[in-house]
Design a protein around this ligand. Structure first.
Ligand SMILES: Cc1ncc(COP(=O)(O)O)c(C=O)c1O
Length: 469
């Protein structure tokens, strides 16, 4: 058997079995490629001369095979268009395999689910200008294996930016770049699990995060959240606690300054780690931004940030700012696992930070989201006077409290979906949702601008028609 790559024009792999002879072997190999979907309807085959040269066959042999398969209907031959795989009704590209579900299927209608910024705000022009400059200036040598903790240009830019914008106290050596917050959290959990057995999370939270921690072998404690944030006094001897102090996810409350102090004292007393998830810290509307907890105790807090809310989740760029004691272990893990972010994207982000473009972009986003939040509040006051909006001093989502109990939630979500409105139910963020309240999360940043007013109108109308007005 010989396996060959025909490499003029499109590359494709042909498995030619010698026992069928030259002509028979090629015929079989082409039929098999078409049957398996490796060659799809419309694909153009190399010229008989090119394929013959590639496979070491006589040109006439290849021509005879093409003619044979054309006569049988597998190929078509058109003047100037060459020989192509014939159309096969109902057949799509690729082999026929069972379908795989997508992670976040798109919804039909108005998408007000939480978790996304307005992706139409992606700074395409600025990104394009920056990538041009990066490619013009990048020496060839920089395209080898880079620093698994992130390139120094981005780590330095982040250290300066986070100090200036979020009150984080750090140096570039304490910053590591990760492929999204989830990756960052896994690194932390793996490291904590070496010396400790338990980690605490807020309840409610995105339940994937405690599930991820449990996969690293940690036992998970879930601690309640009230109007002042995490119930810090319920912490015991956990090795770490994960908090969202600036804007609790999803309730939107801010961790009070008294509790910040008590949290830091607890970490000092137990030698524990506080993981500060500052997922939307750049978006504060009503007051001065709430600074990072990390600034109070840089040697006890791991600060985590991401571009998923400020630019786009697709970039998969996040960062950790580490206490000195964790730098070595995390560096070593990153060196071994080699999961790191594309260097070109890192350099572009560093340039956007240094040039002030990121700040300008954030100002544009902030003013758009604040307007959206205010429009939502007005529409709810007018059309759903019994609803209460919470957690709206910051971020990209609001908690909408409605008359009813948690037991009404599935019916409400189904009613909204029938009216083409998609929001998250609050109970999805609890292991045990409190029975007494009915709430949904409205991701007001998610729709593109042209769809926003319609989405808000549809939400209010549909909720009112469910008898909640
Ligand atoms: C609470 C919270 N933390 C962090 C993130 C960011 O995650 P990532 O950087 O993996 O996109 C999100 C995104 O939805 C979030 O909701």
């Amino acid at each position: 058997m010989s396996e060959q790559w025909a490499s003029r024009g499109l590359d494709f792999h042909l498995r030619i079995e010698p026992e069928h002879g030259r002509r028979g072997g090629l015929e079989q190999a082409l039929r098999a490629a078409i049957r398996d979907g490796r060659l799809a309807p419309g694909d153009r085959l190399p010229s008989s001369r090119a394929l013959a040269g590639e496979l070491g066959l006589a040109r006439g042999t290849v021509s005879q095979v093409y003619e044979q398969l054309t006569a049988e209907g597998d190929l078509t031959a058109q003047p100037r268009s060459g020989t192509r795989v014939a159309p096969q009704p109902g057949r799509s590209r690729g082999p026929v395999l069972p379908p795989v579900p997508s992670f976040r299927p798109p919804v039909d209608g108005f998408d007000l689910r939480s978790g996304l910024p307005d992706l139409s705000l992606f700074p395409r022009r600025q990104w394009l200008a920056a990538i041009r400059r990066v490619l013009q200036e990048l020496p060839h040598a920089a395209l080898g294996y880079g620093d698994p903790t992130g390139c120094v240009e981005l780590r330095e830019a982040l250290a300066d930016y986070l100090g200036r914008a979020r009150g984080v106290l750090t140096t570039a050596d304490h910053v590591v770049v990760c492929a999204g917050y989830t990756h960052a959290l896994r690194l932390i959990c793996q490291t904590v699990a070496r010396d400790a057995s338990t980690i605490a999370f807020e309840e409610p939270t995105l339940l994937d995060y405690p599930a991820l921690a449990a996969k690293t072998g940690l036992r998970v404690n879930h601690l309640a959240v009230d109007g002042a944030g995490l119930s810090v006094d319920d912490l015991t001897d956990e090795g770490a606690v994960v908090v969202t102090p600036a804007h609790q996810f999803p309730l939107g409350v801010t961790l009070s300054s008294r509790r910040r102090g008590r949290l830091v004292s607890w970490a000092r007393r137990h030698g524990s780690v506080i993981v500060e998830d500052d997922y939307d810290g750049e978006f504060r509307y009503d007051r001065q931004p709430v600074g990072a907890l990390q600034g109070l105790a840089p040697e006890h807090v791991v600060y985590a940030g991401t571009v998923s809310k400020t630019i786009a989740p697709a970039l998969r760029i996040a960062w950790l700012v580490l206490p000195t004691s964790l730098v070595g272990p995390i560096r070593e893990t990153l060196r071994l696992e080699e999961t790191y972010v594309n260097l070109l994207d890192q350099l572009v982000l560093a340039r956007l930070i240094r040039s002030g473009e990121l700040d300008r972009h954030l100002r544009r986003c902030r003013s758009r989201y604040r307007r959206r939040r205010d429009d939502l509040a007005r529409a709810l006051a007018a059309g759903l006077p019994q609803a209460r909006m919470e957690g709206i001093a910051a971020g990209l989502h609001a908690v909408l409290r409605l008359p009813g109990t948690a037991a009404d939630e599935p019916e409400l979500l189904a009613h909204l979906a029938r009216n083409r409105v998609h929001v998250d139910g609050l109970s999805a963020f609890y292991r045990q949702p409190p029975a007494d309240g009915l709430g949904v999360i409205v991701g007001y940043a998610t729709p593109p601008q042209h769809a926003y007013d319609g989405a808000v109108r549809a939400l209010v109308t549909a909720a009112a028609s469910a008898g909640l007005g």
